[in-house]
Design a protein around this ligand. Sequence first.
Ligand SMILES: [Zn+2]
Length: 244
Amino acid sequence: MWRKMTVIVASMLMMLVAACGGASLESTDKKNGSAIPASPEQSATVTTESYGGADNLYTIVIDPGHGGKDPGSTGASGMFEKNFTLRQSLILAELLEQDPRFQVFMTRDDDVFLSTESHFRPNFANDMSADLFISIHGNTYESSDAAGTESYYYHKESLPFAEIMHKHVTEATGFTDRGVKKQNYFLIRETTMPSVLLELGYMTNPGNETEMWSDEFQERVAKAIVAGVNEYLNTWTHNTPEEL
Ligand SMILES: [Zn+2]
């Protein structure tokens, strides 16, 4: 209940900011050109150990980056990030669904455009009080030399989740470990549950990209994400959620 209040309050705050002419508070950090637009400041309160502890069922939202008229980055081969993220996410969803404890939802399971203005992706997860949010991306840079895996979080409550996921995913990609970083992306800022944005590799790096499109890579990464989810959720079972 109070989570919904958080969203309402945050929405009101955003309208207020916009009314005060603060709508130009855009993030200027576009160094990776990830095409994840910033928006006026709208911060969510993150709740961990929410519903999962009670019935041992967990709602997990997978967010394949970009889609439709937003192709994301264009890989060294000319292929689009939006297709990579969808394929990787579908494999991941299928694997997660094999565990009866997990209820898996995807923000998109087709090549559709999701409005960034409406903040559909974080709202989708917030509205269903999801336990975890995982956004899948492939990175881009002006130089094809840039390569490696990096993971992003925003709220400090999401850091333990991001660190565990990054550990597993980096091992699976075998790419250079570029670390866990805090970034003001609306996707991970506005979600009210532990959230991570995974930049699995650089699509603009021919070596990374070739591997990223392979079935072996995508299956390995999906398994690593499932292992990360399990390790993270195990940290919950030792606590009694106060909210319940
Ligand atoms: Zn992306």
